[in-house]
Structures are given as C-alpha cells and as structure tokens.
Design a binder for this molecule. Structure first.
Ligand SMILES: *[C@@H]1O[C@H](CO)[C@@H](O)[C@H](O)[C@H]1NC(C)=O
Length: 228
C-alpha cells in the first residue's frame, strides 16, 4: 500500500523496480494486489518464491537453506530474544559469499571484514529484535508461486520484463530456487522473443551481491534496464 500511495502521489505511471530478498516478496505482493501495470521492468535479487520446505516437492533444491520451517523460525525468534547480536552476525555471515562460500581468490582483507561486521551489526541494532522475528515468521509463511504465475505469467496481461538474479554462492538459497521465478513468468512460452523473464546466476557475490561487488552488480542491472 505504501508503494501504491507513493506512485500515485508522485504521479509515476512508468516505473522500474529492483527488489532484493524480502524486497522481492514486497513487489510480488504489490503485483498481486494492484497488477504489474505501472512497472515496465522488475529485477528480483536472490529470493525464492517460497522459503519453506514443503511436501509438494519444494525441497532443499528450492527452499531457504535454513529458515524453512516452523521449528527454524521458532529457534530464530528464541535466539533473537536471548542473543540478538549473535543472530545479526550469523545473518551477515550467511549473506556475504566470502563468508558463506569462501574462495581462495576472494580479495577481502581483515580490515574489510571487520568493517562489514561492524556496519551490519550497527544497522541491525537500530531495529527491534522481536519485530525482526515476527517479520521473518510472516515472510517464511508466504507462498508466492501461484501468485507470480497468475500476476506475471502468460494470460495475466502483464508486459513487465523481469530479470532474476541468483547466486551459486548464496548462503540463503540454492540458485535453482530464485530461478523458478523465470519459469513461472515465462510459463509455456516457447519463442525467446516473447519470453518476459530472464535469469542470471552469478558467482561474484552472495545474497548481498550488490554490496560485495557493486561494479558487477550495477553493470548487470543497467544492461537490463537500458535494453530497448
Ligand atoms: C511455512 O512455515 C510456516 C511456519 O514457519 C507456516 O506458518 C506456514 O503456514 C508455512 N507456509 C507454507 C506455504 O508452507
């Protein structure tokens, strides 16, 4: 609703949107409520359309690597109430590829590591641990798979072009999870020129790839947005 009111207030009828993680879910939710009409392009960065592992085949190939069940959410909420800084540091470690999937070639100095740690801890401490836990529970409980099919997919009337970015080094999702969004948007469309969605799997960063390698991220995003 905030996004809707902002667009109307600014009289913006042609917008581009970029969402990362929970930001993708916010855009899927917006589209479900108000259609994709005002958006010519959308970019989704590393978010699977369902965090949970479920019995319909949505297993560890697609779901969140950790936050994927009621017990996991309960454990996180408990940890948030007892030792929030531990949860914040753990989250940072999951979201940066040089920590979750380190490589010899990573050029990260101790000073950069410490700076990242201090920055993200500082940002997280500005929030309320209890509400972070409630937000994660809400986020984890929602299934956007059918919603994406029906608001972005063939027959939806959507013309919004979509770029999905996932990573082979994400501590949050195996790349196949976020990439299912490409299939949901394209559906049975066979002709490449008619496909509205494309996906790119990167390895130069993880869940927070835009932080780890802003040059590569900006290039990827701008190439898509600038395409005629
Ligand atoms: C996902 O798990 C949560 C518990 O964390 C549960 O409340 C919710 O109903 C589940 N949603 C789906 C779609 O499986």
């Amino acid at each position: 609703m905030d996004l809707r009111e902002l667009l109307q207030h600014l009289k913006v009828y042609k917008a581009l949107a970029l969402g990362g993680s929970l930001g993708c879910s916010i855009l899927w939710c917006y589209a479900e409520l108000f259609t994709t009409n005002y958006f010519t392009r959308m970019i989704f960065v590393d978010q699977s359309p369902l965090q949970n592992s479920t019995l319909d085949g949505w297993d560890s190939r697609y779901c969140n690597r950790g936050m994927n069940s009621a017990p996991a959410v309960a454990a996180m909420q408990m940890a948030l109430s007892l030792a929030p800084d531990t949860v914040y540091s753990g989250t940072t470690a999951i979201c940066l590829a040089y920590r979750s999937h380190p490589r010899d070639s990573d050029e990260v100095t101790h000073a950069m590591r410490d700076e990242d740690e201090a920055f993200f801890l500082g940002e997280a401490r500005r929030g309320d641990a209890e509400w972070f836990g409630k937000l994660m529970a809400d986020h984890t409980a929602l299934d956007w798979r059918d919603s994406i099919r029906s608001t972005f997919g063939p027959g939806s009337g959507s013309f919004t072009k979509v770029l999905v970015i996932a990573s082979t080094r994400s501590g949050c999702f195996p790349a196949a999870g976020p990439m299912t969004v490409v299939d949901f948007v394209n559906g049975e469309t066979e002709e490449d020129s008619k496909k509205l969605a494309q996906g790119v799997v990167i390895d130069w960063g993880g869940h927070w790839c835009y932080w780890e390698n802003p040059e590569s991220f900006n290039k990827l995003v701008l190439d898509f947005l600038d395409k005629p």
